[in-house]
Design a protein around this ligand. Structure first.
Ligand code: SF4
Length: 369
């Protein structure tokens, strides 16, 4: 059996070339963009501008089937976590996070991760493999369609953050390609200001940033001293703070855009006055935003979350120094929100076999237990 290429693996340019090479008129691509990518409506009987013969031809060439939502769970704060099954039996997590005026999907770029950050549950799993472009766009489309079917026909994911499992720049080409598909103005049509890529600081790939579409960039900083950062993020031993900041200086930023620095706050480790001083020294104020993330404890982790008072004090000190500084509200505590935790717990209970998972296993799987 030949495995058909998923239609959502094609960039707009690739789809246009395919149409040209196969004498398909322009409206075929327009219809695919409108129904499949924009409306996420898989009912091909509605795509009525495309003749039956042409639809048959497209179905012979491409798969229109989306990845499966193997499991989903809703947190009391509205965060909804999804486990997405891939065709080879692996699975990855995606998390839909609601806020006042947006619904953000946090997506994965790899199965596992090679970076090995010591505060991260996925980091303990090692890297299994990179995701292909369609496995990245597929997460977005599968979750969108699930929400449209099960929550509201008007549900719409408005933002994407590459902050799920994996280091996105480690999977440079596939992530770049998926971003091109997300930004297609006639298809999924996300604005480039609504897509954020978060990296642990892979310097050689940051040096190639100008090859990427112009989206937001976030750096997982977490420490301002090399010894502590190397302890938290072993990647810092190869690409230390000096190399990282030298590379970041050369990222082309439009006047109003800034780099976001993610700063995971761990009690007693990086939440003191000396860390504030270090941030002030390291970060250029006009080009930086700081996002404080109080550590989300998970079973077996060595680190502790600082008190709310400590987090607020830290933020206040940075405000006084003239920085834009936000605190990320930890979401989904009650549904295994730590990155990679759901996948691990789920796999203890049953195995997604690439085709089906027993309905009983889904019913009996309770991540809160
Ligand atoms: S925090 Fe990100 S980069 Fe670090 S191990 Fe976890 S998934 Fe990988």
């Amino acid at each position: 059996m030949t495995i058909k290429r998923p239609i959502y693996d094609l960039t707009p340019l690739e789809l246009s070339s395919f149409c040209k090479e196969n004498d398909l008129p322009d409206f075929v691509q327009a219809e695919l963009d409108k129904w499949f990518f924009l409306k996420k409506d898989l009912d091909q009987s509605k795509w009525d501008k495309i003749s039956k013969e042409r639809m048959k031809f497209l179905n012979e060439k491409f798969s229109f089937e989306l990845p499966k939502v193997v499991w989903q769970g809703l947190s009391s704060d509205g965060t909804r976590k999804f486990l997405i099954g891939l065709s080879d039996g692996n699975s990855v997590e995606a998390v839909a996070i609601p806020a006042k005026d947006r619904l953000t999907l946090c997506i994965s770029s790899q199965v596992g991760c090679a970076i090995g950050c010591t505060f991260c549950h996925t980091g303990t799993q090692g890297l299994t493999r990179n995701l292909k472009a369609h496995e990245i766009t597929g997460q977005f489309l599968a979750v969108s369609q699930w929400l449209i079917k099960n929550v509201s026909p008007t549900s719409r994911l408005s933002n994407i953050v590459f902050m799920g499992q994996g280091e996105p720049l480690h999977n440079f080409q596939n992530v770049k390609k998926s971003v091109e598909i997300f930004l297609n103005p006639n298809g999924i049509a996300l604005s480039k200001t609504k897509v954020t890529l978060s990296t642990s600081g892979l310097v050689p790939q940051i040096e190639k940033w100008e090859e990427f579409p112009d989206i937001n960039v976030a750096i997982s900083l977490h420490a301002v001293r090399d010894d502590l950062r190397s302890q938290l993020m072993p990647i810092n031993k190869r690409h230390d703070l000096k190399r990282l900041f030298d590379a970041l200086k050369n990222i082309p930023l439009k006047t109003s855009r800034r780099i976001t620095y993610e700063y995971l706050m761990i009690a007693g480790l990086n939440d003191q006055q000396q860390d504030i001083d270090g941030l002030c020294e390291l970060l250029p104020k006009k080009r930086s935003k700081i996002n404080l993330i109080p550590f989300n404890e998970y079973p077996g982790s060595d680190y502790k979350r600082p008190s709310d008072e400590q987090v607020l004090w830290f933020q206040d000190q940075l405000h006084k120094q003239g920085f834009t500084c936000t605190i990320r509200v930890t979401k989904g505590d009650d549904i295994l929100a730590a990155c990679g935790q759901l996948k691990t717990e789920f796999e203890k209970v049953n195995k997604w076999d690439g085709d089906r998972v027993s309905p009983k296993a889904i019913e009996t799987y309770q991540p809160n237990e």
